[in-house]
Design a protein around this ligand. Structure first.
Ligand code: F6P
Length: 556
């Protein structure tokens, strides 16, 4: 048994779970009309209402004991101070330094990294200003209208989410496109939208070795050179963002156009670094810096606010409560904002790549559940797709609902309808509908007793389904920065409690190695037999189709 599950805090929560598991939130709200005041908190314009959770004051006190038992405050301080908290890669974890808007130095191995952070920000500012004011021109004198970011995972999802979310702040006539998938369709369809003369490619890769990115980068370069007929023109149309400056230069990027970041920035935590270059180009550096400011303010909140009022800590502990004591396996993200449609995908990587781990920091297998399955969809679309399961299915799914009070596109009744739907869902999930209420409702509709008996069970909602609601004034760069930083710290807190390293991702490496081997098998005609029978069968089936096509001269 691990220390965690033997700890007094864990055992107390296990016992408390037995006390509270059958209590309905409907009764909790009836008995205590101050729940909202007790179980909500604010940071700037962000309001977190966590009162619709299966908790009482004792639950929260016990969860706080667990956080303190895990040493959250001291781990947090170590991370923020630049100590090595990524234990398997022996690295500091300092995405917070990238958005440190104070004059305070941050040290890694005795070096104040703020000097280079600020230098790259200045480089980004100089470059984005030039591109945006038309001073930077393509090979034939045209100014840049299209930015294509070629990257994957952390070198794609963050910038993509922000560029989508911040469209109202974008410059008219500037377009940000993203290519990530190895499927050539992604690149080919994107290239159909642009002309080489006014397109800037950003090759974004922390390592500059990621297969998909390198494949897309080389194909994009070929497409470009084929069209303009001049290799030298590449310098005006390709820039790179990487920790591997040597590899970026080797690819042929002008050294002046390589934007650096460092190994103490995790890929999925990198949108605050030069990986945010597409954001800065699309929105302008001032808006990128507003986003950094919002994240910085959340960092201060995380560092300075008592755990009891600390948003990331509260979200983390509530997640632990359901994940480890109710043993519910997934967590949904429901942004009631079309602009936040990529938030679930971004949080999938942030959370699942960080905390999808089985081995703890001491190298032992854990005997408790770690990171949840994260999924979601922009509201109200989700309501007409999978909410049925949330309301009446057999698998409880705790969820975060995020909504701006005001819309960036005020239009008639739309925002009122949207907010009403969001609040109605969390209310319905919490309250449910009892048998007697369902009967009454059907009676009012004039149904006969027989008809009521036939249908009434289907109209009952168990309720007692927990949600957090995060409401904010309106979606702007600063608030978005705060929201994203809040989730980063939530993931960190959970990782500390589970005693896992949230900052490595060894699990994605194995498949990459096997893909390399299978790729070699694909090149040779004739059947393979050295894999398992399933893999052999699938390889041989594809090879047969492929080589038949080659024979027919359809594929060159
Ligand atoms: O395969 C997973 C991963 O390593 C992610 O952690 C990372 O965000 C992504 O690949 C891309 O890596 P890179 O930025 O080095 O190309």
């Amino acid at each position: 048994m691990t220390n965690l599950v033997r700890s007094p805090a864990w055992l107390a929560l296990t016992a408390h779970y037995e006390e509270i598991r059958d209590t309905h939130m409907r009764d909790m709200f009836r008995e205590d009309v101050t729940r909202f005041d007790k179980f909500s908190c604010r940071m700037n314009d962000l309001l977190l209402d966590y009162s619709k959770n299966r908790i009482n004051e004792k639950t929260m006190a016990l969860l706080m004991d667990l956080a303190r038992h895990a040493g959250i405050e001291s781990w947090r301080d170590h991370m923020l101070a630049g100590d090595v908290v990524n234990c398997t890669e022996h690295r500091s974890v300092l995405h917070t330094a990238l958005r440190n808007r104070s004059d305070n130095p941050v040290f890694v191995k005795g070096e104040n990294v703020m000097l280079k952070v600020n230098a790259v920000l200045a480089q980004m500012r100089g470059f984005t200003d030039k591109v945006r004011n038309g001073e930077w021109r393509g090979y034939n004198g045209e100014s840049i209208k299209n930015i294509i970011n070629i990257g994957i995972g952390g070198s794609d999802l963050g910038p993509q989410l922000v560029c989508e979310a911040m469209k109202p702040y974008a410059r008219r006539g500037m377009r940000a496109l993203f290519v990530s998938n190895a499927d050539p369709t992604h690149l080919v369809e994107t290239l159909k939208l642009v002309e080489p003369e006014n397109t800037l490619f950003i090759i974004s890769s922390k390592t500059f070795t990621t297969q998909e990115t390198m494949l897309n980068a080389h194909s994009a370069r070929k497409w470009f050179v084929d069209r303009v007929g001049d290799d030298k023109a590449v310098a005006k149309h390709f820039v790179a963002v990487s920790t591997n400056v040597t590899a970026a230069k080797k690819f042929g990027i002008d050294p002046n156009n390589v934007f650096e970041f460092w190994d103490w920035v995790g890929g999925r935590y990198s949108l605050w670094s030069a990986i945010g270059l597409p954001i800065a180009l699309f929105l302008g550096m001032e808006h990128f810096e507003e986003m950094l400011q919002g994240a910085y303010e959340m960092d201060r909140h995380f560092a300075e606010t008592p755990l009891e009022k600390n948003m990331p800590v509260l979200l983390a502990l509530l997640g632990i409560w359901y994940n480890n004591f109710f043993e519910w396996q997934s967590h949904a993200i429901m942004p009631y904002s079309q602009y936040l449609q990529r938030l679930p995908a971004f949080l999938q990587q942030l959370d699942m790549e960080s905390n999808g781990k089985t081995i703890d920091r001491t190298g032992h297998r854990v005997d408790y559940l770690t990171g949840p399955i994260i999924w979601g969809e922009a509201g109200t679309n989700g309501q007409h797709a999978f909410f049925q399961l949330l309301h009446q299915g057999t698998k409880p799914v705790p969820a975060d609902f995020l909504i701006p009070a005001l819309n960036n596109n005020p239009l008639g009744l739309h925002q009122r309808v949207l907010v009403s739907n969001c609040l109605a869902q969390t209310k319905a999930l919490m309250l449910g509908k009892r048998y007697v209420e369902a009967v009454e409702e059907l009676q009012k509709q004039g149904l006969s007793k027989e008809d009521i008996n036939e249908v009434v069970q289907h109209k009952v909602f168990e309720g007692n389904k927990p949600t957090n609601t995060i409401i904010f004034e309106r979606l702007c760069p600063k608030t978005l920065g705060s929201i994203l930083a809040m989730y980063e710290h939530k993931v960190f807190v959970q990782g500390i409690i589970w005693n896992i390293n949230s900052f490595d991702q060894w699990g994605v490496e194995y498949g990459k190695v096997l893909a390399g081997q299978i790729q070699k098998d694909m090149e040779q005609p004739g059947n393979v037999s050295h894999h398992d029978s399933s893999t052999n069968g699938l390889i041989n089936y594809r090879k047969r189709i492929y080589f038949e096509e080659v024979e027919k001269n359809k594929i060159v």
